[in-house]
Design a binder for this molecule. Structure first.
Ligand SMILES: [Zn+2]
Ligand SMILES: [Zn+2]
Length: 181
């Protein structure tokens, strides 16, 4: 899990440190499911002693294993969200001045796992699409159109029948027709 050692940093106001490391993260809870990382997350952070607290800023690089909402295939989504959180020493600053969103830590190291997870979650796209050109699944037979063609696709539709077909497709259980664009 990602830990920041602040043993020296916390003693000197104004001091700054750059850290660069890779660390595992637990699977991320999302939509009642869990998203796994394809490999350890990379952290590229600047730690600054701002007097009452340690400000941590920088970037995460993560490869997430997600499922395309068009074709339902798994793929790796690469993200580089910005990390920005401030931590105060619980022992020193119990009743002192601090901002509402500062996070307490104890001792000489800060476990940034919860904030790292949150940083990724708030930056997730609304929908995962494996590729802009993803053709998705056939709304009639379910064939993955990225991999093969199906007969329904080739079917010529009588314009008078098209309207009827639209109605039938819209009522199909699972409502896949709403996914197509
Ligand atoms: Zn896809
Ligand atoms: Zn089909």
């Amino acid at each position: 899990m990602p830990f920041l050692n602040v043993e020296h940093l916390k003693k000197e106001k104004g001091k700054r440190e750059w850290v660069d490391f890779a660390s595992d993260l637990p699977p991320l809870p999302a939509d009642g499911d869990y998203i796994k990382l394809a490999k350890p997350a990379k952290f590229n952070l600047v730690l600054t002693n701002i007097g009452d607290a340690i400000a941590v800023e920088g970037q995460l690089d993560v490869d997430l294993v997600v499922v395309c909402s068009r074709c339902l295939d798994s793929f790796v989504l690469t993200m580089s969200p910005v990390f920005m959180d401030t931590y105060y020493d619980r022992a020193k600053n119990a009743g002192g001045s601090r901002e509402e969103d500062w996070i307490p830590y104890s001792g000489d190291s800060i476990d940034i796992t919860p904030e790292a997870i949150n940083t990724i979650l708030v930056n997730l796209p609304l929908r995962f699409i494996c590729d802009d050109g993803c053709r998705g699944l056939c709304s009639l037979c379910g064939t993955n159109l990225n991999k093969s063609k199906c007969n329904c696709e080739k079917e010529e539709i009588d314009p008078r029948m098209a309207k009827l077909k639209e109605l039938v497709t819209a009522q199909e259980p699972g409502g896949r027709s709403q996914e197509s664009e």
